[in-house]
Design a protein around this ligand. Sequence first.
Ligand SMILES: O=C(O)CCC(=O)C(=O)O
Ligand SMILES: [Fe+2]
Length: 170
Amino acid sequence: MIWESYGVEKYFNDLDTFTNYNVRMMRYKAPKGDEKMDALNVHTDKNMVTLLYQDQVGGLELQSKDGSWIPVLPSGNSFVVMIGDVFMALSNGRLHPVTHRVMLKGREDRYSYGLFSVPTHHVIVDAPEALVDEDHPKVFKPFDYTEFFNKYFLNLRNQKEYGLKEFAGI
Ligand SMILES: O=C(O)CCC(=O)C(=O)O
Ligand SMILES: [Fe+2]
């Protein structure tokens, strides 16, 4: 639908052939004390699209443009849909991934469930030419998704948030 709205759906006819889907169930242990605990670091997702369901404990927070944090209230019958860095690159910077984190308070463990669409191994991510023009100069160089992810992952172990702008920004 998004690609149709930009008139570039024909470039993504074979999207299925270069997309994998990962399902992940995540458990966050309840904090030990009474303080609000940083349970998942501040980040944008590095994949294409994420579908997320959190249980009644809640804790997911989204960052607004002014830097403040907006809690996503738990809902038994809805999913959160977020785009990741790859989608930003494919849209030539038109769409932006939301920065988010998980903060926990209280005595209950938290569970969340995610469906993550990711490019297959070593896919080259590049925005369609039709989305590049004078008003929208190219924002990212074509890049190998696996190389980007590996670099991101290495930085994660050093507690550093590593973004696509650093890896492939023009
Ligand atoms: O558990 C959550 O609600 C968020 C998980 C998340 O942001 C992620 O896995 O990228
Ligand atoms: Fe995330």
